[in-house]
Design a binder for this molecule. Structure first.
Ligand SMILES: *Cc1c(COP(=O)(O)O)cnc(C)c1O
Length: 257
């Protein structure tokens, strides 16, 4: 442990994070109860992007094990600084193939797998690292259902990436066949535009339908990552197994990109 050079500020931040975390845990409890689901069906992942490694250390001390980041450079630095902690790092951002090797060195789970070339790059990287890398396919619910070869989400979707629903099956097969990768399930971000704009519950129910289809051929791929600070209740109601919460735990991000 580093010397506590800033102990009073650390104590204040710890108290703030503890209160926020307790409030989010309560929201998940209530959402599970309302949905008739056992609380242990839902795992909280705290999205720590833009917040300092010190916050992640405090959160770990408060019992948080799963954390998520969306930029490799930032995530790699934090993972290195916090290597003494028992943390599972989830990568949730758009990922360039040239960052695959770095991400494969620290991530437990890549939640944003959305194209065959990325599958190849991650598999090669995982094998080089001698690790098995968990993968979720990021589904673009704002893409046309039956988009053709190479189709991606429309650019209006802020370049969030994702595979169109109609192409989940073959991408899943590619991940499942790739040595070094483990197909764990699906992830989505509620669309801001298109058919599901402002309809989070409907979006997450569509994701659950796609998940049922996936599990028919890949029964172990049962993770469903959906829901953020503003819509975690809708995700839990629909059946999500993982929620990704940033702002409600850590406060408004210092800088938005
Ligand atoms: C930032 C982010 C979140 C968390 O969003 P909040 O609204 O801050 O809870 C969840 N998922 C992804 C993919 C993100 O990039």
């Amino acid at each position: 442990m580093n010397a506590p050079v800033n102990a009073p500020a650390d104590d204040r931040r710890r108290a703030e994070l503890a209160a926020n975390l307790a409030a989010v845990e309560r929201r998940i409890d209530v959402a599970c109860a309302a949905a008739g689901r056992p609380r242990e069906d839902v795992t909280l992942i705290v999205v720590t992007k833009t917040h300092p490694a010190g916050d992640v250390r405090l959160l770990n001390g408060l019992g948080v094990r799963h954390v998520a980041e969306n930029r490799d450079q930032e995530a790699a630095a934090k993972a290195a600084e916090l290597a003494d902690l028992d943390l599972d790092w989830h990568f949730v951002g758009q990922l360039q193939t040239n960052k695959a090797r770095s991400v494969a060195s620290y991530a437990a789970e890549v939640q944003s797998v959305d194209r065959p070339r990325l599958v190849e790059a991650l598999a090669a990287a995982a094998r080089r690292e001698g690790r098995e890398l968990g993968c979720l396919l990021q589904v673009a619910l704002d893409a046309p259902e039956n988009a053709g070869e190479g189709a991606r989400a429309p650019e209006g979707a802020a370049g969030r990436g994702g595979v169109p629903p109609g192409r989940v099956g073959e991408l899943a097969d590619a991940v499942a066949a790739a040595e070094g990768l483990r197909l764990d399930g699906l992830m989505t971000v509620a669309p801001l535009a298109g058919h599901y704009a402002g309809r989070q519950r409907a979006a997450f129910e569509r994701l659950m339908e796609i998940s049922s289809g996936l599990r028919a051929t890949h029964p172990a791929a049962n993770m469903v990552s959906a829901g953020m600070s503003s819509d975690l209740e809708e995700a839990v109601a629909a059946g999500a197994t993982h929620v990704r919460v940033g702002t409600a735990v850590l406060g408004v991000r210092p800088k938005l990109r």
